[in-house]
Design a protein around this ligand. Structure first.
Ligand SMILES: NC(=O)c1ccc[n+]([C@@H]2O[C@H](COP(=O)([O-])OP(=O)(O)OC[C@H]3O[C@@H](n4cnc5c(N)ncnc54)[C@H](OP(=O)(O)O)[C@@H]3O)[C@@H](O)[C@H]2O)c1
Length: 326
């Protein structure tokens, strides 16, 4: 697989386009700031009365409605929550985008699951930074970048790939690497990973380890350091050296313990459940559930946020953050 870098991208392409960034949240703000610092200042598109309007204006951006911005741009980056993108497409983008414009997505969901059926005259590209907006911005400011996946779903103009590379380079990702993929691969792998590894499994593992220690009479603070704080230290080591390299940096005792414990927690049943999660992602049933919860005002999501924030581990974390020296 080829890893594209700044040398493969022509920044003048994106600098020569009128870019609109729709949404000014996690990705929207970071991408708008990076684009501007790379010489491609965007218009920010937000609804009338949007709470994030003040922040975009304070950051010095011109703010327009999605309808107005769509009519005035020739590259529109859709950086709003996935569940509302189809409506923005129908009401603002489809009727207003000029012929031959490009739509940039940061996640493949709306295209992979057919929530948006784009006009045939548009270039449809994916530029998906592999990390949160805060990291996309801080890496850029530090002179580095975040690895980004890119893909072309529809190449109406013949220049879609070059434009996607140019946009990714303007985000700073040419400094780290721009990896080719497809909308389906990015979307399915991302949805799987969110549930089976990162946002689903790791916090659940932390809760379970913490509860096991506290229920057995250990102090909440010690349980917190053991089961939560050290996750960052291990993640940093794995990021820097790989899993085998991380093992070289831990004690023989820890390494021997890993040998004993890991496979008792991630069992053949766990792996079978991972395959079920992947199947539910690929057959669309997860996305159907997501959209149903979104259109009902997110009752399940709000209940799970309440549950997470009322877990006793949060109170311990708050207290420890208050007293720690740095
Ligand atoms: N979170 C990440 O860092 C991350 C990483 C990689 C990829 N992605 C992808 O990036 C996209 C954006 O995710 P996100 O987490 O950045 O979203 P987000 O922070 O939840 O986006 C919120 C922003 O979208 C605006 N918005 C919501 N509905 C809108 C509408 N109908 N019209 C115009 N603006 C609207 C909000 O404006 P108001 O002020 O009106 O609320 C707010 O500015 C998604 O496709 C996601 O999968 C995200």
């Amino acid at each position: 697989m080829k890893l594209f870098t700044d040398g493969d991208a022509d920044l003048s392409l994106i600098r020569g386009r009128r870019v609109a960034v729709i949404g000014y949240g996690n990705q929207g703000r970071a991408q708008a700031l990076n684009l501007r610092d790379s010489g491609a200042p965007p218009i920010v598109a937000l609804r009338e009365g949007a709470p994030s309007r003040a922040r975009a204006e304070a950051d010095g951006f011109e703010v327009a409605t999605p309808e107005d911005a769509a009519a005035r741009c020739d590259v529109a980056a859709v950086l709003t929550p996935d569940d509302g993108q189809a409506e923005i497409w129908e009401t603002a983008l489809k009727p207003n985008l000029p012929q031959g414009a490009a739509l940039v997505f940061a996640h493949g969901l709306s295209i992979r699951f057919g929530l948006i059926s784009p006009r045939p005259d548009l270039d449809i590209v994916l530029v998906a930074p592999k990390g949160p907006g805060s990291a996309l911005r801080s890496e850029y400011e530090a002179g580095r970048g975040l690895v980004t996946l890119f893909a072309v779903h529809q190449d109406a103009t013949g220049a879609a790939e070059a434009l996607a590379l140019s946009y990714a380079a303007a985000l700073g990702s040419g400094r780290a690497g721009i990896l080719p993929t497809s909308f389906a691969e990015e979307c399915e792998a991302d949805l799987f990973n969110e549930q089976a590894v990162l946002w689903g499994a790791i916090p659940e593992l932390i809760h379970a380890g913490y509860e096991t220690l506290v229920d057995a009479g250990f102090s909440p603070e010690v349980a917190y350091f053991e089961c939560l704080t050290e996750v960052k230290l291990i993640a940093d080591l794995i990021y820097a050296r790989g899993i085998a390299g991380m093992r070289e940096a831990i004690s023989n005792t820890a390494e021997f313990g890993a040998l004993q414990g890991g496979r008792r927690i991630v069992t053949p049943e766990t792996r079978a459940e991972m395959r079920h999660i992947l199947a539910e992602v690929r057959n669309g049933s997860f996305v159907a559930e997501l959209m149903a919860d979104a259109s009902a005002g997110y009752p399940k999501l709000r209940a799970s946020r309440r549950e997470a924030s009322s877990h006793p581990i949060e109170e311990v974390g708050r207290k420890l953050r208050e007293i720690r020296p740095n």
